[in-house]
Design a protein around this ligand. Structure first.
Ligand SMILES: [Zn+2]
Length: 295
């Protein structure tokens, strides 16, 4: 991607020096358990603790990633460490802020000035989000309760090494997907999805979730198609889009399930197959018009 000296977003919080806090277990009550606005609530136990999964993840939040209990947001006590020095790489911070600024400019145009920017919180290892304790193992996510994106930029390394999807556009796709959830939030789609999920079975709820995720992928493609620098030139370079497709392929539910458990259980899909994710990203990119990203 070619961002040159394009502006950085100011809707960015670096809490890496304050995060790293432990697992916020227990608690109960409090804000986190009270956040019943649009969210995916699926219950499952980790060590006897009932856990609410809240938020919209880039990856399948149930069993996608290794690591004990990875993929769960745990409502409970806030355990952030005392403020310290940022551990965020300045080049990464610069890139993330430029991508975020580009999504702001693009979506403001596409939504006719009605776009309200989201804030991206860069954390490290663990941090209390409005949806419970953010944990690196669950990958980036959007929390509808506080309207913020949570990202441990360590995920970019994972993307290039473990998922074999290197490249700056692969990283930008991650951010643009989460911004896509924010757009859905503004459009009322997340709330609509939550209401549908509340009425249906678990499998039906998962199917709704897949639609939410594929629309966010499609929106990421729409952003990329419209992302321009201040001279009006596209910021995309040859090969960029292929990086995004590789990332979308690597984080499809079928691919992740094959890797982690050897078998594929379509009813449990929450994000769509690799083929569906690639198709959604491509559809948005080819058209550049958000109307092709139907929920
Ligand atoms: Zn998502």
């Amino acid at each position: 991607m070619r961002f040159g000296d394009e502006r950085e977003s100011s809707n960015f919080e670096d809490v890496t020096g304050r995060s790293g806090g432990g697992f916020g277990l227990g608690g109960g009550g409090g804000n986190a358990l009270g956040c019943l606005l649009p969210m995916v609530a699926s219950r499952f136990g980790i060590g006897g603790v009932v856990v609410l999964v809240i938020g919209y993840f880039l990856l399948s939040s149930l069993g996608g990633l290794g690591g004990g209990g990875g993929g769960s947001l745990v409502p409970g006590t806030q355990q952030s460490a005392p403020a310290g020095k940022s551990t965020l790489d300045p080049n990464t911070a610069h890139f993330v802020r430029q991508v975020l600024a580009s999504t702001e400019d693009t979506w403001s145009k596409l939504l006719g000035g009605k776009y309200q920017p989201t804030t991206l919180v860069a954390y490290s290892q663990g941090y209390p989000s409005g949806c419970g304790q953010a944990q690196s193992a669950m990958g980036p996510f959007y929390c509808p309760t506080d309207g913020k994106i949570y990202l441990d930029t360590e995920f970019f390394n994972e993307l290039s090494q473990r998922f074999q999807a290197p490249g700056d556009f692969a990283q930008a796709y991650v951010i643009a997907h989460e911004v896509g959830h924010h757009v859905q939030d503004l459009e009322g789609t997340l709330e609509q999805a939550h209401n549908l999920q509340a009425r249906g079975s678990e499998a039906e709820g998962n199917a709704v979730q897949v639609k939410v995720e594929l629309q966010a992928d499609c929106y990421a493609g729409v952003w990329a198609a419209n992302a321009k620098d201040s001279q009006g030139r596209s910021v995309m370079e040859p090969g960029d889009f292929e990086e995004g497709l590789r990332a979308a392929e690597a984080i499809g539910d079928d691919t992740l399930q094959k890797q982690s458990q050897g078998v594929v259980v379509p009813d449990s899909f929450t994000h769509g197959t690799s083929a569906q994710r690639m198709e959604a990203l491509q559809r948005g990119y080819k058209s550049g018009n958000p109307s092709v990203c139907k929920f």
